[in-house]
Design a protein. Structure first.
Length: 344
């Protein structure tokens, strides 16, 4: 696509919003708006017919909502989709469904139809559309059946013989990738799992709820004072960093962003490597940038095991590539092999 404009399809039930997004993109010069759809059904048809480079998709629409539209696009003709999400609990949950279905990213939708308000998201919108245009979206997988009730997980006792700690880093494409890895882990897993997904507050809460609803493991958003339990997945909350001490107690830290990220996988991985040493398995999955590469290197230096997701199964290979390039990844495996690698 060198020299060519990025072709964008806008799907939104608001005439005003479609017009504003089209105006923002048209004046940027790097984009060409090739279509505008007023509901999800028309959006799916236009996506298949026009084959744009990237789609912007509203969450709440008549006839067919954005979540179902993403599912149909991914099953019929996978394309990079960036969601426009309301800053509400309902909006965050719906966005998480769309990301799990294969949308590659999202931006928060302004609360009011005010041009000055909308201009605030212009930079984020154009940056995420540029990144998404080079992504490789995944066809959606069938949602797993909800497992039977879980037994109460025992407290972890930190010792050389104790359970392992798995730390997973993910960014762009991460929710869909996590929705394939975490539900594939058995409820009897003798490790605890910490997930650092680049995402703002409220959306990490929705991510934890979504994963919890489809997994045999218990999934929760982490908080200060939580004690790690085997068989439990802890999602780092958005807007802060997450660390753990030698007693297995989690703590959130409101310090500056690292690698432009907050939470940062490097911060969590370094803390876990220092506290747990060789009992740690670090995994860097799909995402832009290089967060997690140095953290994975710290885990490997401490005697832990390290894994990077392979390029073919990544939506964006940036983070795993950075880990591989510095020699931090002991193994490189496909997305659908990560759960097996964790258990082994």
């Amino acid at each position: 696509m060198s020299g060519a404009k990025i072709r964008v399809l806008i799907v939104d039930d608001s005439t005003f919003m479609r017009a504003v997004i089209a105006r923002l993109l048209s004046r940027d010069g790097r984009f060409e708006v090739v279509g505008q759809a007023r509901d999800g059904r028309q959006g799916v048809d236009d996506a298949v017919r026009l084959r744009p480079d990237v789609v912007t998709m509203d969450v709440n629409m008549p006839v067919m909502d954005g979540v179902e539209a993403v599912r149909q696009i991914m099953s019929r003709s996978p394309l990079p989709v960036v969601m426009l999400s309301a800053h509400t609990t309902e909006g965050a949950l719906a966005t998480m469904e769309a990301l799990s279905a294969g949308a590659v990213d999202f931006i928060g939708k302004p609360s009011g139809e005010v041009s000055a308000d909308l201009a605030l998201v212009e930079r984020e919108l154009t940056e995420k559309l540029m990144a998404a245009s080079t992504a490789r979206p995944m066809r959606s997988a069938a949602a797993p059946v909800r497992p039977p009730p879980r037994p109460i997980a025992p407290m972890v006792t930190w010792s050389p013989e104790g359970p392992r700690v798995v730390v997973i880093a993910a960014s762009t494409g991460g929710p869909a990738a996590l929705a394939r890895v975490i539900p594939a882990l058995p409820g009897t897993l003798d490790s605890c799992v910490v997930v650092v997904q680049h995402m703002p507050p409220q959306f990490t809460t929705a991510l934890a709820q979504r994963l919890d609803s489809i997994s045999a493991l218990s999934v929760r958003e982490a908080g200060t004072g939580d004690r790690l339990r085997q068989g439990t997945v802890y999602v780092a909350p958005g807007g802060v960093h997450l660390v753990v001490d030698r007693a297995g107690t989690l703590r959130t830290v409101d310090s500056p962003a690292v690698n432009g990220c907050k939470p940062s996988a490097d911060v969590t991985m370094r803390a876990v490597a220092e506290s747990m040493g060789f009992r740690v398995t670090g995994i860097v999955m799909t995402g832009m940038g290089r967060d997690g590469a140095e953290g994975l290197q710290a885990i490997r230096a401490a005697g832990g095991r390290t894994i990077a997701q392979d390029e073919a199964s990544c939506v964006v290979f940036g983070m795993p590539r950075a880990a591989v390039e510095i020699g931090a990844a002991e193994r490189v495996v496909a997305l659908d092999a990560i759960a097996t690698a964790i258990q082994s």
